[in-house]
Design a protein around this ligand. Structure first.
Ligand code: 4AD
Ligand code: MG
Length: 462
C-alpha cells in the first residue's frame, strides 16, 4: 500500500508503476462510462484524484453507487496531469470496496458549522478543518519536544493524581474510591479518609509545576507536557476542564530568562509548524483568517512586547469606559483588558510582568517593593493569556511567611520546602496552555475545536 503522502512528496518515483492506495471517498461523480473519486487517506491534507472507467472495472456499477465516506482500496497507475488542478492522478485498474458508507452519512460535501461538527466528534476528524487542526496539533507537540530536547532539557513526568494544590484556586476535581453519597465518617462526623484509596484527600492535578521544581533542582532544565484538569465553571471559548500544558522549569535562572525561553519556544514551534504544515496553514488562512500567514511570519521575526502590570494599568485607565470590569491598580486583569492590551495597544504578543502579590499564587518570588511578585503572563491577540509563569520564591523565610498569610499548612508542603533547605537555587518556569497555542496558530476561535474529544463544563460526551 502506498500512502498518498508519499505520492504527493515524490510522485516521480511512482511513474509507470502500479500502486495501491487506500482511503475514504471525499467526493464521487460519474458520467456514463467514466467516474472520478477524490480520495483522502489522512496521511496528507491533499486529496488524490482517482479516475475509473467502465471498460476497466468489473464492479464499475458498484463503485458508481458508493456514497461519500466509503472506504476503498484502489490499484492503478500514476499519471502526471501538468495541465490540471492536481499535478497527478491515478487511473484505476481495480477498486475494492472495503466498507460502504450509509446514505445518511452526516458529512456530505458542504460546509458544516463548527457547532454542528462538535456534535459528531467521532466523525469530524474526517473533515478538512479537523484534519488540518489535529495534524497541526500533532506536529506542534513534536516541535515542542524537539525544541526542549535540542536544548538538553529532561522531559519530566509528573503525577496526574496529586495530594497537593499548586495554584490554590480551589478548582480541583476530587479523586476518591469512597462512596460520595455515603462516605465513612470519623467520631467527629468528618469524612474518614483513612478508608480512601490514598488514605488522604486527592485530586487530579491542575499543574505539574511543584513536582517539576523538584526535578529542575536536580537536572537544571526540565519540562513537563501532559494533561491537566480544572473544574472551572467558566463556560468560555478558551477554558476546558481537561487541557494539555507544557511546563518548563529552569534552575539558576530568573524572570527574564524565563520570558526569553517562552518567546524562543513559541517562535520555534510556530516556525516548525509553518515549515511542516504549509497546506494546513494556508487552509486556515483561506477559510478562518485571511491575515494568519502574514501574522505568524511577523510574530516569528519580531520581538514580543514587555510591560509591567503597573504600566499596563496606566495604559488601560484612559480606556476604562470601554470595559465592563473596572480597571485599577490591584485588579485582576480580565480577558477584555488582556485582549485590549495585546490587540489594540501592542498589536502583538506581550508579556505583562510584576503583578500584585494578592492576585498571584503563593510560590511566586516577592519583589523588593514587597507589593509585587516576579510573575509574567504572555498575552496574544485573539486568545488572551497563553502563558503564565514566574520566578519562584527560593528564600525559605519569605516563602513560609507568604504561606502563612495565605493560610497554607506547612506540613502539607514539607517536601516543597525541603527544596529551599537543601541546595535551594534561584529558579523559574512557566505553563503554556497547549490548546491556546493551537488556537492562536490556526485561528480556530473555540478551544472545543482544537481538542479531539473536549471536556468542558456540562459536556463530556464520547
Ligand atoms: O496561569 P496558569 O494557571 O499557571 C500555572 O498553572 C502555573 N503553575 C504554570 C507554571 O508556572 N508552571 O496556567 C498556565 C496556562 C495558562 O496561561 C493558559 O494558557 C492555560 O495554562 N490554561 C488553560 N487552558 C485551557 N483551559 C483552562 N481551563 C486553562 N487554565 C489555564
Ligand atoms: Mg494564569
Amino acid at each position: 500500500r502506498t500512502e498518498i503522502r508519499s505520492l504527493a512528496t515524490s510522485v516521480t518515483d511512482y511513474i509507470d508503476s502500479e500502486v495501491t492506495v487506500c482511503g475514504w471517498v471525499k467526493t464521487i461523480r460519474d458520467s456514463k462510462a467514466l467516474g472520478f473519486i477524490e480520495l483522502n487517506d489522512g496521511t496528507t491534507f491533499q486529496n488524490l484524484q482517482i479516475v475509473f472507467e467502465e471498460s476497466k472495472l468489473e464492479n464499475f456499477k458498484e463503485v458508481c453507487k458508493l456514497n461519500v465516506g466509503s472506504a476503498v482500496s484502489v490499484c492503478g497507475s500514476v499519471v502526471l496531469t501538468p495541465n490540471a488542478k492536481q499535478p497527478f492522478e491515478i487511473h484505476a485498474a481495480k477498486i475494492t470496496v472495503e466498507g460502504v458508507s450509509a446514505p445518511d452519512y452526516p458529512l456530505q460535501k458542504k460546509r458544516h458549522s463548527l457547532e454542528y461538527l462538535r456534535s459528531i466528534a467521532h466523525l469530524r476528524p474526517r473533515t478538512n478543518t479537523f484534519n488540518a487542526v489535529f495534524r497541526v496539533r500533532s506536529v506542534a507537540a513534536y516541535a515542542i519536544h524537539k525544541f526542549f530536547n535540542d536544548r538538553g532539557f529532561v522531559y519530566a513526568h509528573t503525577p496526574l493524581i496529586t495530594g497537593s494544590d499548586c495554584e490554590g484556586a480551589g478548582d480541583m476535581f476530587r479523586v476518591t474510591t469512597l462512596d460520595p453519597l455515603n462516605p465513612p465518617t470519623n467520631e467527629d462526623g468528618g469524612v474518614n479518609y483513612k478508608e480512601d484509596f490514598f488514605e488522604k484527600p486527592t485530586s487530579l492535578t491542575v499543574s505539574g509545576q511543584l513536582e517539576a521544581e523538584c526535578m529542575a533542582l536536580a537536572f537544571s532544565n526540565v519540562y513537563t507536557f501532559g494533561p491537566t484538569f480544572r473544574a472551572e465553571r467558566s463556560n468560555t471559548p478558551r477554558h476546558a476542564a481537561e487541557f494539555w500544558m507544557i511546563e518548563p522549569e529552569i534552575a539558576f535562572a530568573d524572570l527574564s530568562d524565563d520570558m526569553r525561553l517562552a518567546e524562543d519556544m513559541i517562535k520555534s514551534v510556530m516556525g516548525y509548524v509553518l515549515d511542516h504544515c504549509p497546506d494546513e496553514i494556508r487552509f486556515f488562512n483561506d477559510f478562518y483568517d485571511k491575515t494568519l500567514l502574514q501574522r505568524l511570519q511577523h510574530i516569528i521575526s519580531s520581538d514580543f512586547g514587555r510591560v509591567t502590570y503597573t504600566e499596563a494599568i496606566e495604559l488601560l485607565i484612559p480606556h476604562k469606559d470601554e470595559f465592563e470590569y473596572p480597571v485599577y491598580w490591584g485588579c485582576d486583569l480580565q480577558t477584555e483588558h488582556e485582549r485590549y492590551l495585546t490587540e489594540k495597544i501592542f498589536e502583538k504578543p506581550v508579556f505583562v510582568t510584576d503583578y500584585p502579590k494578592e492576585i498571584k499564587a503563593f510560590y511566586m518570588r516577592l519583589n523588593d517593593d514587597n507589593k509585587t511578585v516576579a510573575a509574567m503572563d504572555c498575552l496574544v491577540p485573539g486568545v488572551g493569556e497563553i502563558v503564565g509563569g514566574s520566578q519562584r520564591e527560593e528564600r525559605l523565610d519569605v516563602l513560609l511567611s507568604r504561606m502563612k498569610e495565605l493560610g497554607l499548612r506547612e506540613e502539607d508542603y514539607s517536601w516543597y520546602l525541603d527544596l529551599r533547605r537543601y541546595g535551594g537555587a534561584k529558579h523559574a518556569g512557566f505553563g503554556l496552555g497547549f490548546e491556546r497555542l493551537i488556537m492562536y496558530m490556526t485561528a480556530i476561535p473555540n478551544i472545543r475545536d482544537v481538542i479531539p474529544f473536549p471536556r468542558t463544563t456540562g459536556s463530556a460526551e464520547f
